[in-house]
Ligand binder design. Structure first.
Ligand code: PEP
Length: 248
């Protein structure tokens, strides 16, 4: 089963219109020949300018969150329809920083995922265990629960992307080994095949995220179940192009 590789950047709360536009302009010629799908998930306020900056290139613009309601009295929030209106294609949902600092949980992840799918946005649903959970031998239970609750009611799992991001590897410079990442992503695919079907699970793209960079991307991307990366720090510089060109 061949799945098209997908490299997505997550700018988090970084960049301005000027620095973001420059980075995209610098990346454009470097990733011209890329064979994978490429996205940059940018702060909401930068979406219109970055959609414009990325026009005519391989880069699709994503958001970092989406509210679950269609519209209404939710001060400070942004709906899926609004994102779509601005040309957004992907949306990161349930990033561990949102779970840790903003009270996100499997239930809100589920609601946001369903809202994104309803509006034809591709959710990048983030799951991952903390170091305490891994050390306690709880990794598979935690991931299974995040998938069962987070994807409850999803009809067509092929429409979404999963990002496996061990919390202990995000922004720490501590990457999972190739073997650790492969073993865990393989477990995720097996779990998806039980929740949906083997055929559909084999078509879902599963990304690895957690200190992936220009130096370690080749080894991670060579793993049979890893279909791409969700890249934080390294997406803020032209190193991102080296990751996008992992197969060169
Ligand atoms: C992320 O933000 O999803 C991430 C993986 O960050 P970093 O690459 O910096 O660890």
């Amino acid at each position: 089963m061949s799945r098209k590789p997908f490299i997505a950047g997550n700018w988090k709360m970084n960049m301005t219109v000027a620095t973001g536009t420059k980075l995209i302009a610098d990346l454009k010629p470097l990733i011209k020949e890329a064979k994978c799908d490429v996205a940059l998930c940018v702060p909401a306020i930068l979406i219109p300018a970055m959609v414009k900056a990325a026009k005519g290139s391989k880069i699709k613009i994503g958001a970092q969150n989406v509210h679950f309601a269609d519209h209404g009295a939710y001060t400070g929030e942004i709906s899926a329809e609004m994102l779509k209106d601005y040309g957004v294609k992907y949306v990161v949902i349930g990033h561990s920083e949102r779970r840790q600092y903003f009270g996100e949980n499997n239930d809100t992840v589920n609601q946001r995922t369903l809202a994104a799918l309803k509006n034809e946005l591709t959710p990048i649903v983030c799951i991952g265990e903390t170091l305490t959970e891994r050390d306690a031998g709880d990794t598979e239970n935690v991931l299974a629960r995040q998938l069962e609750l987070g994807l409850h009611g999803v009809e067509d799992v092929k429409q979404l992307v999963i990002a496996y991001e061990p919390v202990w590897a995000i922004g720490t410079g501590k990457t999972a080994t190739d073997a650790q990442a492969q073993e865990t992503v393989k477990f995720i695919r097996k779990k998806l095949s039980k929740m949906f079907s083997v055929k559909d699970a084999n078509r879902v793209r599963i990304l690895y995220g957690g200190s992936m960079n220009a130096g370690n991307c080749k080894g991670l991307m060579a793993q049979p179940d890893i279909d791409g990366g969700l890249i934080g720090g390294a997406s803020l510089k032209t190193d991102f192009a080296t990751i996008v060109n992992f197969d060169k």
